[in-house]
Design a binder for this molecule. Structure first.
Ligand code: FES
Length: 277
């Protein structure tokens, strides 16, 4: 993989600028483990899920033997996304631009004669494989080879499904909304920097995964463990409406509503920004 570019120092929390999001790509999202999806979203051999998370284009895939991998979704021919589909099932990946083809482990298989690579050295044209962990029914990846991290405990419940909600807001607005109003001593609630919130209500465990897509577009994955997915749809829609309202407030200069957890989140942001140089 190419070496990462030098990080850019960020001075303040910004909710509305693409430049700030690009800086966070390296200060926040290239550090530590990030959630990609629920294992169940790529449950069968050949299943894949592609996401742009914090500016990093990645591809989670389950190979024919059942093993999960996370690959960079960047073709080794001209660095374009190998697949533009958000999810699906396939035998191999054929890049839509000029036809370079890779197997489900990311190994280069072939290319049409006009664009064949001259150098046939084995491995040099394979897709980059990222460090991956499977924890608590979720798939995590790391851009810079994170060695440690805090992961949610196993819920002990089976994955029931995932609700995907598109929200017109910055990822930080969504995290602040999920953290707002929660007390630090709430036993049924936990958050995991930078993108996860876990709630338990009786036997049902909800894992809310924030997916920073662009500086003004966020996806919310609501992973439901041990309960009916349908029952959670209203809550996901309410979160969308609230976050889009709060995004307008931030754009007008209204700060996030205070809570101990929002303060913790801002502290982690400040540490990440300060770690840039
Ligand atoms: S960019 Fe993928 S084959 Fe050319």
């Amino acid at each position: 993989m190419r070496p990462l570019k030098r990080r850019v120092r960020i001075q303040t929390i910004d909710y509305t600028q693409g430049d700030a999001f690009q800086a966070e790509k390296r200060t926040v999202f290239s550090q530590g483990w990030l959630p990609l999806c629920a294992e169940g979203q790529i449950g069968k051999p050949g299943d894949f899920l592609a996401q742009s998370i914090g500016g990093w284009s990645v591809l989670g895939v389950r190979d024919q033997a059942g093993a999960v991998r996370v690959l960079r979704n960047a073709c080794r021919h001209q660095n374009m996304p190998v697949t533009a589909q958000p999810s699906g099932n396939c035998q191999n990946f054929r890049c839509r631009f000029h036809g370079w083809t890779y197997d489900l482990q990311g190994k280069f298989l072939s290319a049409p004669p006009p664009v064949e690579p001259a150098d046939k050295t084995p491995g040099i044209h394979d897709l980059a494989v990222l460090p991956m962990r499977q924890m608590a029914g979720l798939v995590f990846f790391a851009i810079e080879g994170a060695s440690s991290g805090f992961f949610p405990p196993d819920s002990g419940q089976p994955w029931s499904g995932t609700i995907v909600t598109d929200i017109a807001c910055n990822w930080k607005v969504c995290m602040e909304h999920l953290l707002g109003g929660q007390g630090t001593s709430e036993p049924e609630f936990a958050w995991f920097w930078p993108l996860l919130v876990v709630r338990r209500s009786g036997p049902v465990v909800l894992v809310e995964q924030v997916v920073p897509h662009t500086f003004l577009r966020t996806k919310l994955f609501t992973h439901v463990f041990g309960g009916a997915v349908e029952a959670q749809k209203f809550s996901a829609e309410s979160t969308k409406a609230a976050c889009e309202h709060e995004q307008k407030e931030r754009a007008d200069g209204t700060p996030a509503r205070g809570s101990a957890l929002v303060a913790q989140f801002h502290q982690r942001l400040a540490e990440a920004y300060a770690g840039s140089s």
